[in-house]
Design a protein around this ligand. Structure first.
Ligand code: C5P
Length: 398
């Protein structure tokens, strides 16, 4: 971090009181820090406090002739090697998405060529609001790094996602920015299935499950960062992805099966993260089914097992990784599944534990391969995705 320039933008949120800790620690690592505050931030912490810890005058006014004479705002935006917005309020996130430049903080964010890390901090309802979610998704697509938020008790008494990640975690992420990214999968092709499938009953109804697709999407993003070319075969999910990913949208297990078998033949690695429906209705009614009898019986037939069929390829077989969502005897069921489907690796998660697995942003995995295993403890799905890819890389080269 020696001589790296970090521009810290503090916006209005109670977590602002934690920022001196971050600034102190990052300075200990040798970084140079300048702080910009929004007017909202000053309601939570004084400029004097941040000036004392950063050792630099705190800037807050776009139209201050004295500050402009010392370092114009464009020069200031160019000075930064990394911009950290923490805490990032819902308001600031919305302004960045819209490209507003009506104060010093937003002007610098629009003008900087540096990477930007955003640490959202707000009430859980504000975070869950579709407006905020959409804003963050758009920023993610534009290449902003969204760190957190964490889940837990909030200053307002609510419980849920919205807390700013801890200063120590922001420090860790800041250090990570300056570690050259290892492109250990450069030249490799990875195909991933993600999300649920939908099995039609009639033109308006289907059978499906609660898979969000978040784990598969996180693996796809991590694989891109590791230098791979990525095919992401996605069931119906409400997620966005970076442009570098080749996304193929499918609805049913049969469609997913066809895409997976075609693409996995030209892939080095196949990761089956999707929650595929095991059965589908034997007949899809042409017209909407009518309510008549008291009971209704649907005959279901078995869907193809995608990961098993990929693992059974005789020619052009990739390294095959499966997932096993279990609620009991996780290890023995996962091991049996790995043998039965002839997988090279299986990632077991206990979906009976609240807050991890299906639909959550967090997960914990127990990974097994022929002759070994490793626990990947509870973590954000994006961090887990990187850990899993490193394990796959180790096994491929073992
Ligand atoms: O047998 P089970 O559904 O528990 O196995 C889970 C693993 O198998 C996951 O990797 C899942 O993506 C894959 N699978 C599949 N095709 C199916 C069912 C499961 O690829 N029809």
């Amino acid at each position: 971090m020696l001589n790296k320039n970090i521009l810290v933008i503090v916006t209005g949120g109670i977590a602002a009181y934690k920022m001196p800790e971050y600034i102190r620690r990052i300075k200990e690592q040798g970084a140079k820090v300048k702080v910009v505050m929004t007017s909202g931030a000053k309601a939570f912490i004084t400029p004097l406090t941040l000036q004392a810890v950063s050792g630099e005058p705190v800037a807050d006014d776009l139209l201050d002739p004295q500050a402009e004479a010392a370092m114009g705002h464009i020069e200031f935006a160019k000075w930064a090697d990394l911009v950290v917005v923490a805490p990032a309020s819902a308001d600031t996130i919305a302004k960045i998405r819209a490209g507003l430049a009506n104060d010093l903080a937003t002007t610098l964010l629009l003008a900087t060529p540096a990477p930007v890390a955003i640490c959202p901090a707000m009430n859980q309802q504000m975070y869950a609001n579709p407006a905020t979610q959409e804003n963050l998704n758009v920023l993610k697509q534009r290449g902003f790094n969204i760190l957190g938020p964490a889940s837990g008790e909030q200053a307002c008494g609510d419980i849920g996602f919205g807390r700013m990640i801890e200063p120590a975690d922001i420090v860790q992420n800041t250090l990570n920015f300056f570690i050259p990214k290892q492109q250990y999968f450069a030249g490799k092709s990875i195909t991933i299935t993600a999300g649920p499938t939908r099995e039609a009953l009639d033109p308006v109804r289907y059978i499906s499950n609660h898979s969000s697709g978040k784990m598969g999407f996180a693996i796809a993003e991590a694989a891109i960062e590791a230098g791979a070319s990525v095919n992401l075969i996605a069931g119906p999910v409400n997620l966005t992805h970076s442009e570098k990913i080749n996304r193929i949208d499918v609805i049913s297990a049969e469609q997913m099966h066809e895409a997976a078998l075609t693409l996995s033949k030209s892939s080095d690695i196949f990761i089956a993260c999707a929650a595929v429906a095991d059965y589908r209705p034997a007949n899809i009614a042409e017209q909407k089914l009518k309510k008549s009898d008291e009971d209704m019986t649907i005959t279901m037939i078995k869907n193809p097992d995608i990961v098993k069929d990929v693992a059974a390829l005789e020619k052009q077989r990739p390294f095959v990784v499966g997932f096993a969502a279990e609620t009991q005897d996780v290890e023995s069921y996962a091991q049996q599944k790995m043998q039965r489907k002839n997988l090279d690796m299986i990632c077991a998660n206990d979906v009976s534990i609240a807050g991890q697995g299906f639909n959550s942003d967090q997960n914990a995995l127990k990974v097994y391969w022929q002759g070994g295993s490793k626990d990947l403890p509870l973590n954000g799905k994006n961090i887990l995705a990187h850990d899993l890819l490193k394990l796959i890389h180790q096994q491929l080269n073992a």
